[in-house]
Write a protein that binds this ligand. Structure first.
Ligand SMILES: [Cu+2]
Length: 244
């Protein structure tokens, strides 16, 4: 083969390999990772920031309507965004409110029934029935036993910050046939729910801190750990800590 022919063959082979690499990057990796859910931004007032989440037995997506999920409330519009990405300022007291609309599922490792990493090491829980009526008073607890009394639906855990919070479900009596059926749920939408509040300090270092649920709540997937459990915007997310 002549030198120009060999050079041409080499260039064609090189372009074929580069083209294959670009195709794999865009088709298999790029297409999935560019579809991130939106980020809800929380700004501090008086050195504190209020994050509001809910977890539901279903959702309003077109593709996976039966997956359990979290929603995050936009503080400006009060609209519930189908996302688990939110930002808070660094070194700030973060007050979290979680509306628990989903029924209970047990933790696999009941160690995470212990509240860890919150200010005071506690959470405060209040139950409401489907008519939006408070059942008893709020209780402040350091443990919500997920292996008893249908206490816990999901968890809110930021492992890198040592934060592990079991999230209360409507209790057994309260949830029988009484769960919210249309998401995002609201106190007036007719489902029983639990409201849980707790606080923690955001870290001084800015960055993305992964958070997730530790209950194997991906029904229909191997060990309950697929589907919503491994998808951003559902049972896994990021708390972005930004400069305060
Ligand atoms: Cu979960």
């Amino acid at each position: 083969m002549s030198v120009p022919a060999r050079a041409a063959a080499l260039i064609v082979a090189f372009l074929a390999v580069v083209g294959l690499g670009v195709f794999v990057a865009y088709y298999y990796i790029g297409s999935a990772s560019t579809q991130l859910p939106p980020t809800v931004h929380y700004t501090a007032s008086g050195g504190q920031v209020n994050v509001v989440l809910q977890e539901d037995p279903q959702n309003d997506s077109a593709t996976r309507p039966d997956w359990v999920t979290y929603y995050t409330q936009d503080p400006a519009t009060k609209k519930w965004e189908h996302t688990t990405l939110f930002s808070v300022p660094a070194n700030t007291k973060v007050n979290v409110t979680i509306y628990g609309y989903d029924g209970c599922t047990a933790l696999r490792n009941n160690y995470f029934s212990q509240v860890q990493g919150t200010l005071g090491g506690t959470v405060t829980v209040q139950q409401y029935n489907k008519d939006n009526k408070a059942l008893g008073g709020p209780r402040t607890e350091s443990l919500l036993n997920s292996w008893a009394n249908c206490n816990v639906a999901h968890t809110f855990a930021i492992p890198s910050l040592g934060i592990y919070v079991p999230v209360a479900s409507p209790n057994a009596n309260n949830s029988v046939n009484n769960l919210c059926g249309t998401s995002p749920c609201t106190p007036s939408s007719g489902g029983a729910y639990a409201v849980e509040t707790f606080s923690f300090m955001s870290p001084p270092l800015t960055g993305s801190y992964r958070w997730q649920c530790l209950i194997p709540c991906g029904g229909g997937y191997i060990d309950g750990n697929g589907g919503p459990m491994q998808t951003l915007g559902w049972m896994a997310g990021f708390m972005n800590v930004v400069a305060s």
